[in-house]
Design a binder for this molecule. Sequence first.
Ligand code: FAD
Ligand code: SIN
Length: 518
Amino acid sequence: MALETDYVVIGSGVAGLRAAIGLARSGAAVSVLTKDRANESNTEYAQGGVAVVLSDDDNAELHEDDTLVAGAGLCDSRAVEVLVNEGTGYIKELIDWGTEFDREGGKLVFTREAAHSRRRILHAHGDSTGAEFVRSLTARAAVERSINLTPFANTESLIVRDGRCVGVRFLDPILRAPREIFARGVILCTGGAGQLFQHTTNPSVATGDGMAMAYFAGADLADMEFVQFHPTALDLAGAPRFLLSEAMRGEGGKLRNKYGERFMSLYDERLELAPRDIVSRSIVAEMRRTGTRNVFLDMTELDGEFLKGRFPKIYETCMHFGLDISRDALPVSPASHYCMGGIRTDLWGRTTVPGLYAAGEVTCTGVHGANRLASNSLLEGLVFGARSADAALSDESAAPAATSASTADRRGKSAGSISVAVKKRVKRVMWERVGILRDRSSLERAIAEFDQILTGRLDQASRNFVTLGRLVAAGAIWREESRGGHFRLDFPDQHEEFRVHSIQRLDTPIASASQIAF
Ligand code: FAD
Ligand code: SIN
């Protein structure tokens, strides 16, 4: 039997939890559906911290400028203004709700990360900022009696009637069968798609499902070609690609090649604190120059006790794999980390499909442009999670949930999870042909391979995943320039005519737009 509620939120990371709290404070009934355990999300693993204007020597204009510079000409300045101006209030609210950021002598401590002109990054438990966000937001959500959170409820498609999103289809974890839930509004907070790539810092839930669901429901996706590769993921046989936070370089960590030489001066005068895309490409160039599969992050000049206190999670994890960060050079190489592209939204999280809202990494709000400034995404999830809830609540055209809609338009057989063989193949193709360095021929070969997979019989989750890879590759072919996270070997320069956003919509050729908000 189908279910009814006032609002459905999909995902329980920072964006989903903040959206759900916003909706529930109005008294509305909110169903949060989430794919895995409630705390399994990119948010849970966020290390470095959250960028926010709170220190005495900082101001919103400086944060805005740094964000715009990182975005390489493609940020929407209105979206950035919303982020930096409203972000401070939402962080204060989070502190009021019990979030414990690190302090010294009672005062908040700020760290520095690449491309920030000020020390403006708040962190928690040293390097476990995301887990503290999840802990405090989950505790706050538990106070709201009208939030009903269902873990292990994988959502595969959206229900659209007469052009309006009226509900979602998910796998009921108790019935172990597909089920529908209808609502006045649906907020997608399903996070990013780092799992598209063979090497990633993202957990297994980050398969970009929300982007694919929105695409099949007719929503615009924007800037799918922009993927951020983090320069320093642990690269050790038998270990996961665990992130070694940028804050480690912010605190003085050095990058060295296999000869123990610092090499960043060959590539950028900002050395280890150059923007992420530059550091990642420099590492790739250095690995090729020296014929190795990794470089090293060297923290050994820093005091061991300081490192243990500042990066406890990283210290403990590396120790588990036999590396003492205060003594050993740490083998690292780049891995996919963050999607700048996603579901196109206005400044209130509205997508181009009425009744469907989105917030967090699943979106393209215009905040990040071609490259995200480090530690801006937890802030984005908070600000736009809250805003999307406000927008959904104020939508006067929303009809109460009704279960009468037909369910005839299921696109693929439901299987719950992506086929192992399909996932492996897509990840390899994405890494080898749609990765840090791209060109037309590699991208065309990727598209041909995806088209071939799509002609086969696929369950819906697998179809979503392959389609998403194809969308990234298609955007990357379309953008004949290099900008931010997107680097084309055959078009290494930035071109003014491409200072526009790519827009992809089902059954429509790629279009461009001068701004994200519509
Ligand atoms: P997520 O936190 O990823 O949550 C998505 C939710 O959707 C999850 O609960 C997931 O299970 C659920 N979901 C997904 N698909 C489905 C489906 N089909 N059905 C139902 N539920 C679904 N950013 C910073 O600002 N600062 C940092 O220090 C930082 N460090 C990072 C470190 C790591 C290792 C990683 C991976 C990312 C880091 N980021 C950081 C990025 C940041 O963590 C994310 O961009 C942000 O947390 C995304 O929040 P979100 O709520 O949009 O998505
Ligand atoms: C990190 O700690 O390096 C990740 C920060 C981010 O992705 O914003």
